[in-house]
Design a protein around this ligand. Sequence first.
Ligand code: WT7
Length: 664
Amino acid sequence: MEAKQSPQSGELHVLLGTEQTFPPPEHFAAQANANDPQIYEQAAADPEGWWSGWADKLEWIEPYEQVLDWSEPPFARWFGGGRLNASANCLDRHVAAGNGDRVAILWEAEDADDPGSGSERDGGRRSVTYSELLEMTQRVANALKSLGIGQGDVVGIYLPMLPETVAAMLACARIGAIHNVVFGGFSAESVKERMQFSDAKALVTADATLRRGEPTPMKKAVDAVAGEIATLEHIVVVDRCGTNPPMSDGRDHFWHDLLDRADPDCPPEPMDSEDPLYILYTSGSTGKPKGILHTTAGYLTGVTATHKLVFDLKPETDVYWCGADVGWVTGHSYIVYGPLANGATSVMYEGAPNYPAEDRWWQIIERYGVTIFYTAPTAIRACMKWGREHPDAHDLSSLRLLGSVGEPINPRAWLWYREVIGGGRCPIVDTWWQTETGAIMITPLPGLTTTKPGSATIPFPGIEATILDSAGKEIERGAGTLVLTRPWPSMARTLYREHERFIETYWQGYGSDVYLVGDAARRDEDGYFWIVGRIDDVINVAGHRLSTMEVESTLVSNPGVAEAAVIGIPDEMTGQAIVAFVIPEGGDGDDMEKELRDYVAEKIGKLARPKRIVVCDDLPKTRSGKIMRRILRDISVGEDLGDVTTLRDPEVVKDVERRFAEQD
Ligand code: WT7
């Protein structure tokens, strides 16, 4: 059933996703790139043919011999025998095709209208053409080479949202080095750990990052841990804020000094299809982050195809903006590799959506005439809270397509996004995928798919997803474990240096050729998928993936904490929020809440700061001493606790309940 009229914001909450459907607007379907419904059938009948069609749009140095080798799953080899270079595909070929003057990045500083706190070279706005980005990339590539970085070496990248960040990634790709980007919001401790796990040889960072008008030091923070990264030989520093960080002779180099000296010509290294392109650490069930490894040809094929079709990209005319940070996989695939491989013009914004004011995003959309906008539900909910007067004060009529990613989007936010931001005329693509999948897996195609608010709809052509029960039986309609049953080009190939863990985590639940996603999902009567959430100890806070175990081990590393249990509870703004129950070590634990919240923020990053710390004398445990997190969860959300008689000490529950209520 089509929406009869635009819902008023006051009644949005009464509309359930399943009741309303939104067919693609007719004008859109007629003009869209992907307006041939047969692509689904064609891709299903001949997936290898489908993917090789996309691979053939890339520029190859040596053609591949075989599309897919899946003879020993989960070992996958895509486009075997081929050679290519990712940076050449993102840059050189567009320049060679005569598009060197096309803008690749429209960069907007946080303080664009008052660029006082920025480095003077930058100014507040920059537009970087494909030719310019190519030149910068080649210089960085030569600079890295001059530091002894070569094929297979790992280079850490810990930078704010700058064109330099993109050039650093592409420079690695150009010389066959493997980049390992760490989100700028993570702590130096997290950087250290990720550099240690990957034996990074160099790290590219900035003197500071601008946050709400204030430069926040990055280089100085890195200095405090750099000595503990045994393999680290060089630190390259982008001078973003002009804060004059201390520089260590021989080890530290300013980006601009290296680039000034570097040759502007660096031919791309011919890389094997399966050579590693990058590692990206993400949270898993255990405390130790997982180094997801993506390789060159398959990844590039996957992101090119999905970016083009899901966003109906028309590179000549679109102004595309993905509001994620480059430090997440969304940034890797849909700020850097997908858009650049497709020759798109992208907006890149350095700062927060509400700085200096709550209309910052809408101001940017108006200024640049953004046509495609991609963001996360948590951001949409924040904008809803700030009020529609902010978007309403701007001309957003350039928008023609909206995207959502990172967590399930509640129908109310979906409808608000559609009406208030999209003016009721823009299709919404709710894209489900993961760091591991490299590219979008379940999504509408905007010119083809009828959407339902809250559903990521159906698998992308060539992708096969299903839902299984615990016995491995397929569930046609209903809820269960989401799995992907066919290999796809951008799939993760391993966990860096932990291949066994890779197999155990993803490929052993239902057989070595069935990819275990880690999400529960439901399939409705139309075959549409509805993502329910994680089934492991991973939680999703504001679209950021975190491990409860990681937060727990951080808490117990504090000398004031004897034991800790961390859970995620539903949160209206952030999807989920962290609640930590802690038993103090000695002392009575008075006033330790704030200290511990800050401690976690300092050790992992602000994104992991618990919303609540509940100090208790004891935690509910089984007779064998295992903490019953289910009970903590039930207490936190006010659920009936059910049977607690199996606990070692059922009385503990009452104490925890009381503490939870008291400290609210
Ligand atoms: C997890 C992956 C995909 C890039 C950003 C997150 C959740 C992601 C959706 C969506 C419902 C979603 C899943 C998934 N998720 N997109 N559209 N609807 N849930 O990547 O950090 O690897 O997290 O995010 O739970 O498993 P990630």
